[in-house]
Design a protein around this ligand. Structure first.
Ligand code: COA
Length: 259
């Protein structure tokens, strides 16, 4: 599938996925959601890519939400079909490699939801985040109510979702909605430094670690602990585990191959 609204650029072992509709503040129309799905499908099978960074084109916006123009006149059945048909955010959450949201500006509605589907969120100090759907007479429909409550707690999520208020990057950090905040001119360097550090680690162990942490909000404690033992044990079937352990014993840097 040819991608028009989504750019993929590789920097070493890191792929940068850029949502590219800057004149619409990178609002997610149906076509762009499909392209996100296609981009992640493509990157899943690319062994050279070990970490994905997702960001928005231009200076102003990460993603300003769903494309509101497509809501006008849309039926309930039609919108349900859009949301159930191409679950782009779920594909990011389930992606077997770490995904970092580099939040360069507005992360509103679907933009905040996409960021919350990522594993780590790094924001520019000028970013603004929020779930303003309530102001349109609707609610978040791309995981916002579920992922935000899990990420920052029900009370704080409830206030943001019921008011539709936009918050600053610093406030988002205080709430635990983003991990780090950097000045705009440092954002890319700092994000790529983190991505590169993670990209040196074992892809097998990263996939297991991501799956296991995700299980914390998908399973009860007993199921999660049992599953963690299985995923931990599964690492012992990888060459990477042997390499990591030997490198430690031999006092050298490990060379992980993802096998
Ligand atoms: N859907 C469609 N178009 C959008 C959009 C969205 N979610 N967000 C921004 N745009 C478009 C604007 O319509 C405008 O297009 P135009 O130049 O053709 O008129 C362009 O992007 C620039 O946006 P503008 O509103 O002029 O910028 P601003 O700096 O004044 O305001 C925001 C920025 C983010 C505060 C404002 O655009 C906004 O509130 N967007 C909607 C956010 C939202 O409710 N998202 C959740 C949707 S469910």
């Amino acid at each position: 599938m040819a991608l028009e609204n989504v750019l993929i650029e590789k920097r070493g072992r890191v792929a940068i996925v850029t949502i590219n509709r800057p004149d619409k503040l990178n609002a997610l129309n149906i076509a762009t959601r499909k392209e996100i799905l296609a981009a992640f499908e493509q990157l899943k099978g690319d062994d050279d890519v070990r970490v994905v960074v997702i960001t928005g084109a231009g200076e102003k916006s990460f993603i300003a939400g769903a494309d509101i123009n497509e809501f006008a006149g849309m039926s309930a059945i039609g919108q349900r079909g859009v949301m159930k048909g191409g679950r782009a955010f779920d594909s990011v959450e389930d992606f077997p490699k770490p995904v970092i949201a580099m939040i360069n500006g507005f992360a509103l509605g679907g933009g905040c939801e996409l960021a919350m589907s990522c594993d780590i969120r790094i924001a520019s100090s000028k970013a603004r985040l929020g779930q303003p759907e309530i102001k349109l007479g609707i609610i978040p429909g791309g995981g916002g109510t579920q992922r935000m409550a899990r990420l920052i707690g029900e009370g704080k999520a409830m206030e943001l979702i019921l008011t539709g208020d936009m918050i600053s990057a610093e406030e988002a950090k205080r709430l635990g909605l983003v991990n780090h905040v950097f000045e705009p001119d440092e954002l890319e360097t700092k994000t790529l430094e983190l991505a590169d550090r993670i990209a040196e680690l074992s892809p097998v162990a990263l996939a297991m670690a991501k799956a296991s942490v995700k299980n914390a909000s998908r399973m009860n404690l007993r199921e999660g602990l049992d599953s963690e033992i299985d995923l931990f044990a599964l690492c012992f079937s990888s060459e990477d585990k042997e390499e990591g352990v030997r490198a430690f014993i031999e006092k050298r840097k490990p060379e992980f191959k993802g096998k």
